[in-house]
Design a protein around this ligand. Structure first.
Ligand SMILES: Cc1cc2nc3c(=O)[nH]c(=O)nc-3n(C[C@H](O)[C@H](O)[C@H](O)COP(=O)(O)OP(=O)(O)OC[C@H]3O[C@@H](n4cnc5c(N)ncnc54)[C@H](O)[C@@H]3O)c2cc1C
Length: 321
């Protein structure tokens, strides 16, 4: 692991993020002989580590565990010469290295220099913003079924959300919980057909349609959630020991607000080459504005971002051909 500072020679490419997007970018860049560093977040992990099984990543029939898959990505990238460090990046600012434009990346006490930067910081689960949610995190409120499902053996739990992740995690929870109530604000699911079929056929899963959570309540641990029917306004109490929340994502782009153009709720605007609004800064994966946020698309974005960054660096060095 290198602790390059801006006073030394800069990296060709610094990648911020160690998820599927960042590590794929790292593999492509290092394999193309770019001197490349990936800064993996210190205080949060890739989202992929929150899931028990990824069964829609090609080439792995039967699926792969999220932790194992990310370890494989990393081993492969490091094998091609990618350097990695752990740290939370708080700022990226413009600088010069001799007669070349470059970037200074700040992570804690460390400063790294780069000719090109790839943002691959992913996204985090959105909160419901209801009373009790923050208070019961770690005491019944969870954003990761893989991590916490075994704590709810033979208990009744709720899953909030109706997309792929919510339904996949609800199905996983039935391995442990006695009953799983899926609370969804609409009258049908958004999840893909195969997941819907599995959930609807699962005897342990019941649905609270057109319902929203008004509050999560209990003493030391969760005892119940207060539900409201969005059509009739009718209120009811659902006794549960756990609430698993999967209601969408917020991109991890706060440090880049002043750096590049963002859109929607803070997603980085990129073109088809993963170029951001600023030359020399590229972005890939779940932190970008796009339609489908999955491992396979994050990897594809990562490869494209690395190739674009490589072309940019070669041009900057006068090595383009
Ligand atoms: C519960 C769950 C189930 C899922 N199931 C599937 C599935 O079955 N199939 C599928 O294809 N996809 C699934 N996904 C989605 C998939 O995990 C994401 O699409 C994918 O991980 C996106 O990759 P990424 O590299 O863009 O971001 P992430 O995997 O989120 O990685 C982001 C990286 O950036 C780092 N980071 C963040 N902020 C900073 C910072 N300031 N400084 C430095 N580093 C930072 C993080 O530590 C992390 O290393 C699931 C997600 C979840 C949460």
């Amino acid at each position: 692991m290198s602790k390059e500072t801006v006073s030394g020679s800069p990296y060709d490419i610094v990648i911020i993020g160690g998820g599927p997007a960042g590590l794929t970018a790292g593999m492509y860049a290092a394999r193309a002989d770019m001197r490349t560093l990936a800064i993996e977040g210190a205080s949060n992990l890739s989202q992929i580590t929150a899931t028990d099984v990824i069964e829609n990543y090609p080439g792995i029939p039967g699926g792969a565990n999220g932790f194992e898959l990310i370890e494989r990505f990393k081993t492969q990238a490091v094998g091609f010469g990618l350097e990695t460090v752990s740290g939370d990046v708080t700022a990226v600012t413009r600088t010069r290295f001799g007669d070349r434009d470059g970037w200074e990346i700040v992570a804690g006490e460390q400063r790294y220099g780069a000719l090109a930067v790839i943002l691959a910081t992913g996204a985090a689960w959105r909160r419901l913003g209801v009373p009790g949610e923050e208070r019961f995190i770690g005491r019944g409120v969870s954003f990761c079924a893989t991590c916490d499902a075994p704590l709810f053996r033979n208990r009744e739990v709720a899953v909030v959300g109706g997309g792929d992740t919510a339904i996949q995690e609800a199905i996983y929870l039935t391995r442990f919980a006695k009953k799983v109530t899926v609370i969804h604000r609409r009258d049908r699911l958004r999840a893909t057909a195969i997941l819907q079929k599995r959930a609807l056929a699962n005897e342990k899963i019941v649905f609270a349609w057109n319902a929203v959570v008004d509050a999560i309540e209990g003493l030391d641990l969760i005892q119940e959630v207060r539900l409201r029917d969005v059509k009739t306004g009718e209120k009811r109490i659902l006794p549960v020991s756990g609430v698993f929340i999967f209601v969408g994502l917020t991109p991890n782009t706060t440090p880049f607000r002043e750096l590049v153009s963002l859109e929607g709720s803070g997603y980085v605007t990129v073109d088809a080459n993963m170029q951001t609004s600023v030359p020399g800064i590229f972005a890939c994966g779940d932190c970008t504005a796009k339609r489908l946020r999955q491992v396979v698309t994050a990897c594809g974005d990562g490869a494209t971002a690395a190739f674009s960054a490589q072309l940019y660096v070669e041009e900057l060095k006068g090595e383009a051909y």
